[in-house]
Design a protein around this ligand. Sequence first.
Ligand SMILES: Nc1nc2c(c(=O)[nH]1)N[C@H]1C(S)=C(S)[C@@H](COP(=O)(O)O)O[C@H]1N2
Ligand SMILES: [Mo]
Length: 203
Amino acid sequence: MPLFRSKAEDKVREAGYDPIRLPPGQYFTEKWPVLHAGEVPDVDLATWTLELSGEIEQPVALSFAQLRELPATEVTTDIHCVTRWSRFDAQFKGVHWRELAKLCRPKPSARFAIAHAEHGFTSNVPLAALEDANALIVYEADGEPLTPDHGYPVRLVIPTKYFWKSAKWLRGIELSASDKPGFWERYGYNNNADFWQEQRYEF
Ligand SMILES: Nc1nc2c(c(=O)[nH]1)N[C@H]1C(S)=C(S)[C@@H](COP(=O)(O)O)O[C@H]1N2
Ligand SMILES: [Mo]
C-alpha cells in the first residue's frame, strides 16, 4: 500500500512527528477513539479491588486507595489500535508492575500475565510485556482521571502490543505458567500482536 503509506506519513509530518513512528498499515489521529465490546461498566470504588493471583507467593487484593498510595510512574507513549489508528505521545500515570511484584512475589514458574477486567473480559501477554519499562497499571491519562469509556478507574497499558491487549476496567492480574488466549485472541486476533510486524489477525 505505498500510496496509503505516503499519505499517512504526510499527516504525521504535518502534525510535527517523525513518520518513522508510524507502524505499517496505520494512520495518525490526534483524537483518542473509544473501542470495546459490550457496555461501559458502572464501577463502585468503595467495593472495587485489584486482585493479583496465580503463580505468586502472596495473593494480594488492593483497594483503589491502596493502589494510589504505591509509587507512581508517568509514561508518554504511542498507542496503536488494530483498527489502524495510532495516537502519539499519550500520557499515562499509574503503577508499574515492579511495585505490584514486590507485594505478590512472582514464582519462577510465572511466564504469562492474564489481565482480568469487568464482565469477564481477559487479555494475555508474556510477562516480559508487563515488565516493559513503559507498561503501566493506569489511573490517569493526559493529566486527568480515566474517563468511564477509557477504563475508569484503572486500565492496563501495554505499549509494545496492539492496544486490544490493554484491558480497560482492570480488576486483576493473574500470572500463569501457560498462556491463556483472551477475549479478542479467541475471537481471531493474533496472540502476539506486534504492530511492527502487523500481527493483526490469525486468519
Ligand atoms: N475490558 C475491555 N478492555 C478493552 C477492550 C474491551 O473490549 N474490553 N477492547 C480493547 C481494544 S480492542 C482497544 S483498541 C482498546 C481501546 O481503548 P480506548 O477505548 O481507551 O481507546 O481497549 C482494549 N481494552
Ligand atoms: Mo482495538
